[in-house]
Design a protein around this ligand. Structure first.
Ligand code: GDP
Length: 510
């Protein structure tokens, strides 16, 4: 009996979110409560989701150790501003060009490879301070095996030095200290190492295991010692990867190139990237047309720890995004479609949890009201509560106390951000002067979805779409649920219809 459920719910202050989504019975009742009271139902989408097959692409489980081969370390340079990170990267890169016979033209692709005289390779990421890169760092420096911490010997440990140490610790990435600017007369490398002790970075001479190399990035002094230390640490770390199977990697840089179109630099983490393969990253996909190395040379493949520029993206994925290879174009598109859908759903869930917060407040209010009415008989009290609930749901929270104004809940959809914003702006000004309140319960970009219809139904509102379509099943659903679906491609026509609808809600003039 619905009345009983409602009574129980409002009596016991049930946290809707805590009810188990698997319970069909509860779900049925709660749906009813939600629909009648204008609240939004949070886990309807979760249980629906369970029934859908997972169309996403994911990293593979760890490989069998027997197939693993050694790979070069991927190194990030971090440190305080002006301590010489850029200078160090430039010098390392230059040292490489000098040693290269062909002397190719270096391209800034976000990473470069250094080969030490003994043949080992090191991939350096050269995007410190890059905003997208910090988001990647925030995700755990997962692109990096070793951090070279640059500390200027004339300045010592500073804020960002400490931040870098904290980053490294959190991500469990080992540090090598490059004590820089040792060419300066006022340089005091010893002080730097002592200061580092306070941050649990214990250099070898103090009995710890952190290598500290005194360098001058500007003059190129002692850089070979730094690369040797890096190679030595990499050996200790026994860095290995599986060079076969579908590629896994990371986007470390992405931009639109005038000639090449959307390009990204990828660090390969697993598998071997080749021309012609299909990749997905975030909500973008690519058929790899070309691969370039940091000398601008076309390469045919790139194995673990290599950084290559990938050409062939249909849209530009963001730095920090995981790259996964899939078997076909169709699969790539499917994954992107799935993820787009998931993201929308996630957004919806977030919107809904905002609503569910509102709803909790609503419960409190309800209980208070209930207490006030405690002198009435059970039945009368319930009737009064119903009435209160109906009024509350039909008005904005701010107007709740004074107004019995008619109200029109709206769901606004548009083709692009701009059009939605324009509409919302117009509605704002319009709203202020009207007797009938507009309540935009949801807005967004894209075609009308079944979710929009459900939401409109829940709120008893209408859907207005500008330059968007509604698929036949969505139209049918709207018709079935009695949700007005108004699609326009001319703004003033849309507003005209809205005005009409608003007037129709007003009480007739006496
Ligand atoms: P970043 O902000 O950490 O990238 O620092 P930069 O590489 O831009 O260097 C900041 C300043 O310090 C520049 O003027 C560099 O020329 C100077 N610098 C960097 N490394 C050295 C060095 O080894 N010796 C000296 N004397 N100056 C350096």
């Amino acid at each position: 009996d619905f009345d009983h459920v409602l009574e129980t719910l409002f009596n016991t202050s049930v946290d809707l979110d805590s009810l188990h989504p698997d319970s069909v019975l509860e779900e049925k009742w709660i749906k009813e409560v939600v629909t009648r009271s204008g609240m939004k139902f949070k886990w309807a989408t979760l249980s629906e989701r369970k029934e859908r097959p997972n169309r996403d692409a994911q990293r593979r489980p760890l490989a069998d150790p027997s197939v693993l081969v050694s790979r070069p370390p991927v190194v990030t340079i971090m440190g305080h501003v002006d301590h010489g990170k850029t200078t160090l990267l430039d010098s390392l890169r230059k040292s490489q060009i000098v040693s290269m016979e062909a002397g190719g033209i270096t391209q800034h692709i976000g990473a470069f490879l250094v080969q030490v005289p003994t043949g080992e390779k090191i991939t350096f990421l050269d995007t410190p301070g890059h905003s997208a890169f910090s988001s990647m760092r925030a995700r755990g420096v997962n692109a990096t095996d070793i951090i070279i911490l640059v500390v200027a010997a004339d300045d010592g440990v500073m804020n960002q030095t400490v931040e870098s140490i904290q980053h490294a610790k959190r991500a469990e990435v080992p540090i090598i200290v490059a004590v820089n600017k040792c060419d300066k007369p006022q340089a005091d490398p010893q002080r730097v190492k002592q200061e580092l002790l306070a941050h649990d970075v214990v250099c070898e001479e103090f009995g710890g295991d952190v290598q500290a190399i005194h360098i001058s990035a500007l003059k190129g002094d002692n850089l070979p010692a730094l690369t040797e230390a890096t190679v030595a640490l990499a050996e200790v770390l026994e860095l290995k990867a599986d060079p076969s199977g579908p590629v896994e990697g990371l986007v470390i840089e992405s931009r639109t190139d005038k000639g090449k179109g959307p390009v990204t630099t990828a660090i390969v983490q697993r598998g071997t990237l080749k021309r012609g393969c299909f990749l997905v990253a975030g909500r973008c996909w690519a058929k790899v047309r070309f691969l370039y190395d940091d000398n601008g040379q076309v390469v045919t493949e790139a194995g673990p720890s290599a950084a290559v520029q990938v050409v062939g993206w249909k849209e530009l994925p963001s730095a920090g995004e995981t790259i996964l290879e899939v078997e076909s174009e169709q699969r790539a598109k499917e994954v992107v479609e799935w993820r787009t859908h998931e993201e929308e759903e996630q957004k919806l869930l977030e919107d809904q949890s905002a609503i569910s917060l509102k709803h909790k407040l609503h419960l409190e209010e309800y209980q208070q009201k209930r207490a006030e009415l405690s002198h009435l008989s059970w039945r009368m009290r319930k009737a009064a509560l119903y009435q209160a609930n109906k009024t509350r749901c039909a008005t904005r929270p701010s107007e709740r106390t004074q107004s019995e104004q008619p109200n029109l809940p709206l769901i606004i959809k548009g083709d692009v951000d701009g059009s939605v914003e324009t509409l919302l702006n117009m509605l704002d000004t319009y709203d202020a002067q009207q007797q009938c309140q507009l309540e935009v319960v949801s807005f967004g970009i894209g075609d009308i979805s079944e979710k929009d219809v459900t939401m409109a139904e829940t709120f008893g509102g209408s859907i207005y779409g500008f330059n968007v379509a509604a698929a036949r099943p969505v139209q049918q659903l709207a018709a079935k649920k009695g949700v007005p679906l108004r699609l326009h491609s001319v703004i003033y026509k849309l507003l005209e219809q809205l005005k009409e609808e608003l007037s129709s809600k007003l009480p007739p003039l006496v």
